[in-house]
Design a protein around this ligand. Sequence first.
Ligand SMILES: Nc1nc2c(c(=O)[nH]1)N[C@H]1C(S)=C(S)[C@@H](COP(=O)(O)OP(=O)(O)OC[C@H]3O[C@@H](n4cnc5c(=O)[nH]c(N)nc54)[C@H](O)[C@@H]3O)O[C@H]1N2
Ligand SMILES: Nc1nc2c(c(=O)[nH]1)N[C@H]1C(S)=C(S)[C@@H](COP(=O)(O)OP(=O)(O)OC[C@H]3O[C@@H](n4cnc5c(=O)[nH]c(N)nc54)[C@H](O)[C@@H]3O)O[C@H]1N2
Ligand code: SF4
Ligand SMILES: [Mo]
Length: 764
Amino acid sequence: MTIAEPTPRPDVTGPATRTALRTCPLCEAGCGLEITLRPRPDGSEEVVRIRGDREDVFSRGYLCPKGSTLKQLHEDPDRLRRPLVKRDGTFVEVGWDEAFAEIEARLMPVLERHGREACAVYVGNPNAHNLAGLLYNRAVLRALGSPNVFSASTVDQRPKEVAAALMFGGGLNVPVPDVDRTDFLLMLGANPFASNGSLATAPDWPGRLERLVERGGTLVVVDPRRTRTAAMATEWLPIRPGTDAYLLAAIVSVLGEESLVDLAHLAGLVTGVDEVLAACAPFTPEVVADVCGIPAPDIRRLARSLAGAPTACVYGRMGTTTTELGTLASWLVDVVNVLTGNLDRPGGAMFPKAAAGSSNTRGRPRYGKPVRLHRRRTRVRGLPETMGELPVVALAEEIDTPGEGQIRALITIAGNPVLSTPNSARLDAALAGLECMVAVDIYVNETTRHADVILPAPSALQKSHYDLALLQLALRNVANYSEPVLPRDPGQPDEWEVLARLALLLQGMGPDGDPAVVDDLLVTSMVEHAVADETSPIHGRSAAEVLAALEPRRGPERLLDLMLRTGPYGDGFGRDPDGLSLDKLLANPHGIDLGPLAPRLPEVLRTPDGMIALAPELLLADVARLHDGLERRREHPFVLVGRRDLRSNNSWMHNVEVLVKGRPRCTLHVHPDDAAALGLVDGSEAVVRSRTGEVRIPVEVTDDIRPGVVSIPHGWGHDVDGVRLGVARTRPGVNSNVLADETLFDPISGTAVLNGIPVSVEPA
Ligand SMILES: Nc1nc2c(c(=O)[nH]1)N[C@H]1C(S)=C(S)[C@@H](COP(=O)(O)OP(=O)(O)OC[C@H]3O[C@@H](n4cnc5c(=O)[nH]c(N)nc54)[C@H](O)[C@@H]3O)O[C@H]1N2
Ligand SMILES: Nc1nc2c(c(=O)[nH]1)N[C@H]1C(S)=C(S)[C@@H](COP(=O)(O)OP(=O)(O)OC[C@H]3O[C@@H](n4cnc5c(=O)[nH]c(N)nc54)[C@H](O)[C@@H]3O)O[C@H]1N2
Ligand code: SF4
Ligand SMILES: [Mo]
């Protein structure tokens, strides 16, 4: 392994430096980076500076403290450069052929003995920011042929996808808040000052919100914590965790009761208006005020302001999705957007039109097949499938419960479920009992320490980039492609090649498969599909001619070029010579601006009747749980919520010294009244317990949190044996997901409760 040299003083003015441009892959904001490189005596190059690309068409120079750490991540001596194989309990570095041979020898016998379902896959968050994962993971999943597919989506946004699929006909048919043009933004359970936005891609969320308030607009933030976002907002409503669905239902009830419903341009495009109004009518502000902890007059005023504003939009994120009522809340967000006539108009909630990869620009406009959910259930608890995946709250029990269909092997691709998913201690123990585990990852961390084989991916600077997924959710239509900034280490395959070779192995083709086989199959099937599709711009063309036109590219670049050229702005392989292609993106390294969001109804829909379904049966039926909740209110002395920090990124960036130095960030936030009652003082230690476990954690007393609510950030707890994270180990923090309870989840989406976990707190 190479050891990072101490960084010399940057001398970026010398003639030998070079500048490269790259989109930051670390969060959903997608900032453009300007990277200065300088040659080393050995002919290689080193990064001397990373700053915001002022000419980037979307980010205009903005970046956050994480963006510039692509250099530290690249140079991190703990980042894996060569595959690791576990022998007699310890990892040894091996060559790539040997690593794949070990997987063949250890994993395939498990599949032969117990069948394909004996191997599960867990797909983690960085895949959403990664061309290789987005394009080649499905080859791995298809080759494995196991129903046991899990991902970070069921500790995240799955409720929103389910709601969008039922209402608009696509899991990513998610309307985004038109922050730059709105007069009134109601934001629930999101903190873009720390997260930089989610399911709503835009660099510089803080600046956008500041400009909203400066131009006289209104920002109302609903959050049990006074986050930085809440602090700069026009109004902060400190809600009781887990109750957003009640608040939104009450807003709907006021719209109905006070005749404030105005579908405007949406009239004739919506079914189910009366059903939704009837379903929400009982949840008046007066009925829900106590449940939500928000006074009824405030809720009424909020509903009236939303209805009365020239333009308005409602936006909900993690605080709304990761609760027992996650799908109901996600649904009601867009119900309010529709009932106030704010869906699909500037300043409201709008549908982006991405340049590539979006299912709402393919196939027959407006119409689509019915969404099928809950097609199968997990073995042990019968938890429902959504979007082809099973809830990750079921992963541990599916591994540790003996019987027919038990999971005995696991493949993780860019995921750290031991720190990210509920009842971590149980999952950690379950992973230790697996017969075989394979990880595609860049670190030996809390999860991958259990692997038999780890296959490393190149660093972000060594990979190309295009935000195929996140640009489908962008607040402005843009497209930008980045070439790799640095070459790969000798012998290191690209990440897509690792995944393709793994797919061939799982297919039964042996450990030495040629990734090109998978790549050729993938592109050929995509081209054949397109030329046969009446709605494709290349319908009726010869597949061979199209494939020839994609030469000589290979890998993600060939697939991306195909998607761009057959996409809504594409050149259609000659049909529109000014249209988009990968060549065109390469010629515009600061990105191409495709304009502000524009109305897209009804063509954006993919519903069976071509209408917005405001009252999907599944969700209407689930309103029964809202009634139950009113009758059987559970009062807990304390509930735990999460929090994000600008200098952290889920579980995997705590090995970057510049980000973790300074005051500890993994602390327990407690309100002063609660602290006094509990006998806790600032800087003391508390023990926090839940049904599943306990942690000891330093206390931070702050009135930026609702009484009765405590907060711990997730992604910490790096002091376990076998982890190779030299910096993170020195500031380990505690794993908050030891406290998250796998029996608490949203039954519609299978998504975990990460916010509003019942806990007890006492001095250590
Ligand atoms: N309590 C609580 N829990 C939460 C949340 C919360 O708010 N509260 N948030 C949830 C959310 S929103 C999410 S998305 C999940 C995230 O859950 P995960 O996806 O399971 O966790 P990450 O921390 O993103 O881990 C990413 C893994 O990918 C590896 N990695 C990084 N870059 C690459 C790469 O380029 N290639 C490969 N192959 N590997 C790479 C890292 O080393 C790490 O092992 O956590 C969830 N868990
Ligand atoms: N710096 C940084 N940026 C990130 C990440 C990171 O870890 N660090 N992670 C990335 C990922 S994977 C994601 S998914 C996004 C998430 O992006 P966001 O959803 O914006 O992130 P959070 O900070 O988790 O915001 C959730 C907020 O909900 C509040 N909350 C808790 N319970 C409730 C409730 O019941 N109701 C309401 N209304 N609010 C509640 C919390 O106090 C918190 O402020 O961020 C992304 N960006
Ligand atoms: S906000 Fe920070 S981490 Fe996110 S894309 Fe921009 S620079 Fe990267
Ligand atoms: Mo996430």
